[in-house]
Design a protein around this ligand. Structure first.
Ligand SMILES: Cc1ncc(COP(=O)(O)O)c(C=O)c1O
Length: 437
């Protein structure tokens, strides 16, 4: 979201002491102190419904009691907290659970790498191994992609403001149009295939294609199953690896554990982070098809690859994926959000252009981009945390914890409806006043 210059006195300590780079605290101007599932309280005891969920890091809610119990027990038993990448019981248990609860039921065979604790670490490691395995340097990435802030990931990120922050030339990537970039009549996968076939296209043979199946930061554009399958075929045809960045869309955000399950594609490398840590704890995984696990020991390293609290929390969180009621509830909640957004689209056909997204990450695209930020501010005044997304911050994005209570979901949506109504009414009033002036 674009950050306003407004500085709230409640945030004096942060304004004076914290770097200018701070961002979310400029949009949500209060000091938070407590949280439970989908509610955050500030230090003045005002409650906020959380429709942001730590940008996808809190799929199982704030302070999930099941997970917290395991963490507290582990801490009280003097379980190892930090261990680099030494073998620990907590890690052993996580590896076994991930295999039994996630990989095996989906007939997936991957080696599991712990690349460092954040999403960008997972992306960097995937890019490195793809380059090592293929002996090529170029990576195909897509318009409006977001993959993280370190140089390799930033090279594959579309946003010009973020790219400029690198301060150096970002290279070894080629941007191609994402699915539907030119509308439904142009198949951008065919375009990619043709360019890769053509020795005169100027595109160096890529090591990999890196993609999000649904662009969380880039405006909630979702790739179709047909497009994803064609991209996979193009990867096979041109000897490129397929990397799915499931950092934000994984762990159930789109309704299934991996976001690409419906498309039935078979990525060579998968990046997971955010909610894999279960409790908002830093953790990331890079899943590597066994034949591509060609790392030398320690060739990719990092101090915080052994966050055992993350392993404990993640192991418990994976249990949700054995509960059919949980996945059924996801479908129901995503339908509730869909029908609400479609109703809003119908109510404001000149102000809203589209409903985007899928599962528990859906949103409204505004005709006038600034209106999305205005809605976020109006929602915040009504006690709802709602973020924007897209190259012009033109999409208001609804992404509550997957575990949000249905009643609270309805309440949050009602507050958004009220915020939209009041916002468009006051815009209309102002329009009339200036027309009469
Ligand atoms: C798709 C995607 N990839 C990578 C990242 C980077 O993750 P992190 O901020 O943990 O480095 C993000 C963060 O929002 C993301 O959405």
């Amino acid at each position: 979201m674009k950050q306003t210059a407004r500085k709230h006195p409640k945030l004096d300590v942060f304004n004076q002491m914290e770097s200018e780079v701070r961002s979310y605290c400029r949009s949500f101007q209060t000091v938070f102190s407590k949280a439970s599932n989908a509610i955050l309280w500030d230090k003045h005891h005002k409650a906020y419904i959380d429709f942001f969920a730590g940008a996808g890091a809190l799929n199982y809610g704030h302070n999930n009691p099941r997970i917290r119990e395991k963490l507290v027990q582990y801490l009280l038993e003097d379980g190892v907290t930090h261990s680099l990448d030494m073998a620990t019981e907590a890690k052993e248990n996580f590896l076994l659970r991930f295999h039994h609860l996630i990989l095996r039921p989906r007939s997936m065979s991957y080696k599991i790498m712990f690349p460092g604790p954040t999403g960008t670490n997972a992306v960097e490691s995937a890019l490195k191994i793809a380059r090592k395995v293929t002996g090529r340097t170029n990576i195909i990435c897509f318009t409006n992609a977001f993959h993280g802030m370190s140089l390799g990931s930033l090279s594959a990120t579309g946003n010009s403001f973020k790219r400029k922050g690198a301060g150096v030339t970002l290279g070894n990537t080629t941007f191609m149009p994402y699915d539907q970039y030119f509308g439904s009549s142009i198949d951008t996968s065919e375009m990619l295939d043709k360019l890769l076939d053509d020795p005169g296209s100027g595109i160096d043979k890529p090591a990999a294609v890196l993609l999000e199946t649904l662009q969380g930061e880039g405006g909630l554009h979702a790739a179709s199953t047909a497009w994803l399958q064609k991209i996979e075929n193009i990867c096979r045809k041109h000897g490129m690896l397929l990397i799915v960045d499931d950092v934000q869309m994984g762990c159930g955000r789109t309704g299934t554990f991996f976001s690409f399950e419906e498309a039935q594609i078979n990525p060579d490398l998968i990046c997971l982070s955010k909610s894999i840590g279960g409790y908002g704890l830093p953790m990331a995984l890079t899943l590597i098809k066994p034949e591509y696990d060609q790392w030398e020991p320690g060739e990719h390293n990092g101090t915080f690859r052994g966050n055992n609290l993350g392993f404990i929390a993640a192991s418990e969180a994976l249990e949700y994926w054995t509960d059919h009621d949980f996945t059924k509830q996801l479908t129901k909640k995503s339908e509730i959000i869909r029908s609400f957004l479609l109703r809003m689209l119908k109510a404001y056909p000149h102000q809203l252009s589209e409903v985007r997204g899928k599962g528990l990450i859906q949103g409204l695209a505004f005709v006038e981009p600034a209106h999305a930020g205005m809605l976020s501010a109006e929602a915040f005044d009504r006690g709802v945390i709602l973020e924007t997304s897209g190259p012009r911050d033109e999409v208001a994005k609804i992404m509550p914890p997957l575990t949000i209570e249905e009643k609270l979901l309805h309440e949050g949506l009602e507050r958004i409806e009220d915020a939209l109504h009041s916002m468009f009414s006051s815009i209309k009033m102002k329009g009339k006043v200036s027309a009469n002036a």
